[in-house]
Design a protein around this ligand. Structure first.
Ligand SMILES: *Cc1c(COP(=O)(O)O)cnc(C)c1O
Length: 296
């Protein structure tokens, strides 16, 4: 569903947002798309268990945990950060995942870096038996196939499609499904140059660009300006944004509009990839630092 954004915009520019956050109450936006064909594949392979990876506040971990419960899979989450093992009660994401039945394997940051190594995975198979592996963030060919279903016939008139980026899977599906006159702008939520090559592995089109100025210091980092923006955007439009992904992307798009980046009368579509479950965890961190909270 696309929602018109009633925001004061210059130069005849129009803005709509695709509310993928409303696809499912617990399986957030793009994670729903990314899991769809993965779970069909897991079933086709007769797997009973799905194992995946994520950080302390991961939207993907929450999504896999709930989808597993809903569809009858056991789920295992390999979690970055050994110290989180005795802090589940303080972490809304992990608590939710645990309530959904997810079993955790907490690993050190050093070990987590090895998560795609055959030895590391062989050890997990020895410990947990057979499982269907979904990579960190859910990104693989099945995920991209699912994300190719985000844009539909109602979206053909847009000139620009804007989307937040973590691992690059979501934007790859979008790039594969746009028309020749459309351009995809990706806003990485983290620092690093690796994303361009990552996305190139999955796409053939050239009509996309990364805008790397709006990561706010890195993955999961926020500042007062961003929090204020999210709160003000919500008051003005009634659209809640998350602080890790969509808040940064929409901040960037509004900033670029004000800097005349877009041509006159551009029709812009924002993809709301969800992630709202992360607000609670972020607010606990902000509260500890006596900072302004996200009040959406
Ligand atoms: C995971 C996530 C993303 C990033 O998606 P990728 O496919 O990893 O690039 C963007 N937005 C939200 C809300 C997410 O949870």
């Amino acid at each position: 569903m696309n929602q018109k954004i009633t925001y004061e915009l210059p130069n005849g520019i129009s803005l709509e947002i695709k509310r993928e956050d409303l696809l499912h109450p617990f399986i957030s936006g793009n994670k729903f798309r990314k899991l769809k064909y993965n779970l069909l594949q897991a079933k086709a392979e007769n797997q009973e268990t799905v194992l995946t990876f994520g950080g302390a506040y991961s939207n993907h971990i929450a999504a896999v945990a709930y989808a597993g419960k809903e569809q009858g899979f056991k789920t295992i989450g390999v979690i970055r950060g050994e110290e989180l093992g005795d802090k589940i009660a303080d972490n809304p994401t992990l608590q939710f995942a645990q309530e959904c039945g997810m079993q955790f394997e907490f690993v050190t940051r050093e070990a987590y870096r090895l998560k795609t190594e055959p030895d590391f995975i062989a050890n997990l198979r020895q410990k947990f038996g057979s499982f269907y592996l979904v990579p960190e963030g859910g990104t693989n060919e099945y995920a991209i196939k699912g994300c190719e279903e985000i844009l539909t016939e109602e979206d053909t008139a847009f000139d620009f499609i804007c989307c937040a980026i973590g691992t690059g899977g979501t934007i790859s599906g979008i790039i594969n499904s746009v028309l020749a006159h459309q351009k995809v702008l990706g806003f990485p939520a983290l620092k690093g140059d690796f994303l361009k090559d990552e996305i190139r592995k999955f796409v053939a089109n050239e009509n996309w660009e990364l805008i790397t100025d709006y990561h706010f210091g890195g993955y999961g980092k926020v500042n007062e300006e961003l929090v204020q923006f999210i709160n003000q955007f919500y008051r003005q439009t009634q659209v809640p944004l998350d602080p890790v992904y969509t808040g940064k992307m929409v901040f960037g798009v509004i900033d670029l509009i004000q800097k005349n980046y877009f041509p006159n009368n551009a029709k812009i579509l924002l993809i709301h990839t969800g992630g709202l479950q992360g607000i609670q965890g972020m607010n606990l961190i902000l509260k500890n630092k006596n900072k302004t909270l996200i009040d959406v």
